[in-house]
Write a protein that binds this ligand. Structure first.
Ligand code: DAK
Length: 260
């Protein structure tokens, strides 16, 4: 499918989804969010795709936020609809079967930081900048930032970022645990691909069930989450990949997983 504001490239088991509005620093307007929703559905249905990399077009921005030019004229109800659209798309990222790696190649501000936080793993270029500057615009974060940022970095640091709107660089983002790794921008996509291929080489059903246990378990109490983990673990024992993985270990050879 063709998208006006996205590029979707599938290469074997890894798909690269690029937000492609470089002139507006890849800001998210409602059309882009709707396309993102459709693209995630398409990828989620594609059993050939094992890992998705999400990035921004150009060398300056991952996503510089929700589109301020569109947002400024919203009335209350339109604002609520926009927030609901963004929240639904970001939740879709968390609940789609495949892991999603955010390759953050520049500004990840406001909705851009929130988009990165909805991905499973974040790696950043040295030029990346992060922040939730909504309060500088008279807004609150509207795409889950008040919820995901404290869960990722703790309430104190999240509150400071959300109350000040301060922008932090990639090293500070690494220090507070907002990103897993920082690379020179020139090697960011190569590193993202390496990581994606490493994950894609593992048993696909087990990887997807791990994602499900992490994401769904995060919203459960410990007992319910562990019960879900036990169900998920039991389910892996019904897969051919589990037989292959354990046999390969005992036979001292590399496993060949088929996602079955
Ligand atoms: N929206 C729209 N256009 C943007 C944009 C954005 N977020 N960010 C940049 N652009 C556009 C600029 O207007 C400019 O367009 P032209 O003037 O060329 O037409 C072009 O991208 C290049 O930007 P600059 O010329 O400003 O580039 P600089 O290198 O000088 O500065 C910058 C880069 C990232 C520091 C600067 O562009 C900037 O501060 N951008 C705004 C960053 C920001 O504040 N982002 C957070 C947006 S607020 C909610 C739902 C969602 C949200 C809140 C509530 N509800 C419904 C309740 C989320 C809010 C946000 O994300």
């Amino acid at each position: 499918m063709e998208y006006a504001n996205l590029l979707l490239e599938k290469n074997g088991a890894v798909a690269v989804l690029t937000i492609n509005r470089p002139k507006a620093l890849n800001a998210l307007n409602s059309d882009t969010l709707s396309e993102l929703s459709t693209a995630l559905d398409e990828l989620g249905r594609d059993s050939g795709v094992k890992v998705v990399i999400l990035t921004g077009s150009g060398e300056k921005a991952f996503v510089a936020g929700a589109d301020i030019s569109q947002m400024k004229d919203f009335n209350c109800l339109e604002g609520r609809r926009f927030a609901q659209l963004g929240q639904a798309v970001f939740r879709k990222l968390e609940l789609m079967p495949q892991p999603v790696i955010a390759a953050i190649n520049g500004f990840a501000l406001g909705g851009g930081c929130e988009l990165a936080m909805a991905c499973d793993i974040r790696i950043a270029g040295e030029n990346a900048k992060f922040g939730q500057p909504e309060v500088t615009l008279g807004l609150t974060a509207g795409f889950g930032g008040t919820q995901r940022l404290p869960r990722l970095v703790g309430t104190g640091i999240a509150s400071e970022l959300l109350f000040t709107g301060d922008i932090i660089d990639a090293n500070e983002a690494y220090r507070i645990g907002l990103v897993n790794k920082v690379y020179p921008l020139e090697t960011l996509m190569e590193e993202a691909q390496k990581l994606a291929k490493r994950i894609a080489g593992r048993a696909p059903v087990a990887v997807q069930l791990s994602k499900s246990a992490i994401q769904r378990g995060a919203n459960m109490d410990l007992d319910s989450a562990q019960a879900y983990e036990a169900e998920v673990f039991g389910l892996t024992l019904s897969t051919q990949d589990q037989t292959e993985g354990c046999s390969a270990f005992l036979e001292k050879r590399k496993p060949v997983f088929e996602g079955k």
